[in-house]
Design a protein around this ligand. Structure first.
Ligand code: BTN
Length: 320
């Protein structure tokens, strides 16, 4: 751990209590000058730190900055996950592609993405400090056809985590969008590679983007009517709490891979069943009613001619 991380850990554990530079230096066995330098660096990272002479330093309760120390405070599986946290990247999924030889459990998170990638080659709007943008590297022993369950598990984990950390009621729009009160707050993009030889997955990059706060300048024109944020006002250490909860909830399911249970949970959060939707499959577009989500998490719809279609997430998108 760097001195900066140690200072952060001490201040986060202090619950707004003040520590003098001298006390921190003694506690950590470092110089006062390096404590001061660390505090300045933490302020640059976005932490609101109160510095009062004769009293010392404390992190103000409006601080909400993504940090490894903050995530680990709430993480149940410290030995599973490793972290790389960046201020700005093009895309965490893209960066992860360069690191797929790393051990399963690597999390690359960023405070901002300049070219966030969404499904269907769309752009994922990822402005600075208002969201959580991260990718998780997985090496599951599953067949290619089963990767859908990684996405569905992730969607369930996000919903459970939002419920653990807020009083909101998240819902899943098939296959991988999370909505609150009819607006999208999170998108999931699962990418991977599989071996043609044995039809097994080599690695999966699970990318999750969450709108935590509404950006000061608002959402991008292209999404402003359909997107929303999870919170209306700044909450102390919320991003770290939410990210740790997502990882905890995801890993608890991933370890067991109880497909039947995952499908049940997925269905319980889904709000498309019974709804009329517009289905886009390649150049083809038609209106249909959603009848069910089957055991493979396919969407079962009935078109206007009464014909039943089983939709696979890879090929289509739906509009409510
Ligand atoms: C979608 O809504 O179409 C999926 C969006 C997925 C966005 C996340 S943000 C972290 C990761 N990195 C990316 O470039 N994309 C995913």
């Amino acid at each position: 751990m760097t001195v900066k991380q140690k200072v952060l850990q001490l201040l986060l554990n202090a619950d707004s209590q003040y520590f003098s530079g001298e006390q921190i230096a003694q506690e950590l066995g470092v110089t006062r000058a390096s404590v001061w330098k660390s505090v300045k660096a933490l302020e640059k990272d976005g932490f609101h730190i109160d510095a009062i002479s004769n009293k010392g330093y404390a992190i103000l309760d409006i601080s909400d900055v993504l940090s490894e120390v903050g995530i680990k405070k709430q993480l149940n599986y410290e030995d599973v996950f490793s972290f790389e946290i960046y201020d700005t990247v093009e895309s965490t999924n893209k960066l992860m592609r360069e690191k797929v030889s790393s051990t399963q459990g690597l999390v690359i998170a960023a405070k901002e993405q300049t070219s966030g990638i969404g499904r269907m080659q769309r752009h994922f709007y990822s402005p600075k400090n208002t969201g959580i943008y991260f990718s998780l590297l997985l090496k599951p022993t599953i067949e290619a056809s089963e990767t859908i369950f990684i996405t569905t598990m992730a969607a369930v984990a996000v919903c459970k985590a939002i419920q653990n950390c807020t009083d909101k009621k998240p819902e899943i729009k098939w296959v991988n969008d999370i909505f609150i009160d009819g607006k999208k707050v999170c998108g999931i993009l699962t990418q991977g590679s599989f071996s043609m030889e044995n039809n097994k997955i080599e690695h999966v990059i699970l990318g999750i983007g969450l709108n935590v706060y509404t950006p000061k300048i608002g959402f991008d024109e292209s999404i402003k009517d359909i997107a929303d944020s999870i919170l209306n006002e700044q909450k102390y250490e919320f991003k770290n709490e939410l990210l740790a909860n997502i990882l905890n909830e995801f890993w608890a399911m991933y370890e067991n891979m109880d497909i039947e249970q995952i499908q049940k949970l997925y269905k319980s959060y889904s709000f498309v069943i019974g709804k009329n939707v517009s289905v886009h499959a390649g150049d083809n577009e038609y209106m249909a009613k959603v009848l069910d989500i089957n055991e493979s998490c396919n969407l079962i719809v009935q078109d206007e001619n009464g014909e039943i279609h089983t939709l696979n997430s890879g090929e289509i998108s739906i509009k409510l």
